[in-house]
Design a protein around this ligand. Structure first.
Ligand code: UTP
Length: 293
């Protein structure tokens, strides 16, 4: 059996939900406290045992490459000022992993972003991690999916349950047989119209895919939103080989939309010992002021 060694992180989207900040800054670089979102994703991939990472970038995304690059002047400055803890943090993001880049020339959708990585992946199973979803869990989310791949030798899609009024925002699975947290799947549907979703199991930005997906993406037409949808290609893949859904353990943060971003920032700040007590005091003050009004 071929191992899952490589991961794709698609980061070429326009980030329109975050305009105007995303006019000149990649959404994937939005900080959660003091680390850009994409670094959390890279760290999850490494902790899961991934050896090589390809980030799919596009126009205006240079900051991502700079973040993972060597920064000699900054390092020199921090060394001279004796700021060794910060120097460690700067060097850590440089040395995290072997990161490669490819540019997606037009933002034609997630399916297209993955297709752009076909030569990097070649003929082996691979992982996809979306730059908007951060997952906190005891076993890294991607590792949970890789474990299922190792049992089944099949593609595995990470899902979690969402409320009825949110299903239209996601790719949704129509499960058949449930085996613990793992599901066999009849259909994958991208953004079903409200009230028509076949279940509440939503695709959450973590995938293990077999290379046959590229043959399908070669011919994939545009779908919902005029974009080439990865979910549509997975639906076709499921017709020629088994694709499982796995309800992964852990708390998933949706950093790709504003309220999710704010909640993530608060939760991560509360987990930070330097910030926790001051933030709690501040949140109490805010709540008291709201009660007075
Ligand atoms: P999203 O749809 O959440 O990102 O795609 P977006 O298009 O940047 O955001 P909005 O909807 O305009 O606000 C999920 C992930 O897929 C990447 C994005 O960068 C994001 O990390 N993506 C999306 C691509 O790499 N290429 C695309 O053409 C579209």
């Amino acid at each position: 059996m071929k191992k899952v060694r490589k991961a794709i992180i698609p980061a070429a989207g326009l980030g329109t939900r975050f305009l105007p900040v995303t006019k000149s800054m990649p959404k994937e670089m939005l900080p959660i406290v003091d680390k850009p979102t994409i670094q959390y994703i890279v760290e999850e991939a490494i902790a899961s045992g991934i050896e090589d990472i390809l980030i799919v970038t596009g126009k205006g995304k240079r900051a991502i490459e700079d973040h993972f690059d060597f920064a000699p002047e900054l390092e020199q400055n921090l060394r001279e000022k004796g700021k060794l803890e910060l120097l460690d943090k700067v060097q850590y993001s440089t040395n995290l992993a072997d990161i490669h880049y490819i540019r997606q020339k037009e933002p034609k959708g997630l399916g297209y972003a993955v297709w752009c990585a076909r030569n990097f992946i070649g003929d082996e199973p691979f992982a996809v991690l979306l730059g908007d979803d951060i997952v906190q869990s005891d076993t890294p989310c991607l590792r949970q999916l890789m474990n299922i791949y190792e049992e089944t030798h099949s593609s595995v899609i990470g899902v979690q349950t969402v409320p009825d009024n949110e299903t239209h925002r996601y790719g949704i699975v129509e499960p058949s047989v449930q085996e613990g947290r793992r599901y066999q799947v009849d259909n994958f549907v991208e953004k079903p119209a409200p009230g028509t979703a076949p279940s509440n199991l939503a695709i959450m930005g973590r995938y293990i895919l077999t290379p046959e997906i590229f043959t399908i993406l070669d011919k994939q037409q545009t779908g919902a939103g005029g974009e080439i949808q990865l979910t549509d290609a997975i639906q076709k893949l499921n017709q020629i080989q088994r694709v499982f859904a796995y309800d992964f353990e852990g708390k998933r943060y949706d950093v790709g939309e504003k309220i999710g971003f704010v909640k993530t920032t608060i939760d991560f700040a509360l987990q930070n010992p330097e910030l926790r007590s001051e933030l709690l005091t501040y949140l109490d003050e805010v709540m008291d002021e709201l009660k007075v009004k």
